[in-house]
Design a binder for this molecule. Structure first.
Ligand code: MN
Length: 128
């Protein structure tokens, strides 16, 4: 069974690159372009992993993550912050809230997929 990743990202270029890399690696992607859409998507069907941008309109990544953690079935879903290298304060705050970890932007194409796999629950890894 393919792992489902909820990609929460408001920047089209970042979304395109992450989607390309992850779909090529066999993951199923669900998209949200802000925090509110992320909540709606997670309520419809809890994903196996969330990749969360921090700076977004409507609802930022911190608030979206905190709300996601309270949704039935999402309590144990790892949420990984995807933040700019420069934003060290973002990462510290994300870890304090309960994010599973963070990935730095710009996305490193050679290591991105492996890093994402590292955060997936072991039983749900893609077997391709
Ligand atoms: Mn953003």
């Amino acid at each position: 069974m393919k792992s489902r990743i909820l990609l929460v990202e408001d920047n089209e270029q970042n979304r395109y690159l992450a989607t390309f890399l992850l779909e090529q690696a066999g993951f199923t992607l669900v998209h949200a372009s802000d925090g509110r859409e992320a909540i709606e998507a997670a309520r419809r069907e809890p994903p196996d992993l969330v990749l969360m941008d921090i700076q977004m309109p409507e609802m930022d990544g911190y608030e979206a993550a905190q709300r996601l953690m309270e949704i039935d079935g999402c309590e144990k879903v790892p949420i990984v912050a995807v933040t700019s290298y420069a934003m060290a304060g973002d990462r510290a705050r994300a870890m304090k809230i309960g994010f599973a970890g963070y990935i730095e932007k710009p996305i490193e194409t050679t290591s991105f997929v492996e890093t994402v796999r590292h955060f997936l629950p072991a039983t749900k890894e893609v077997s391709s």
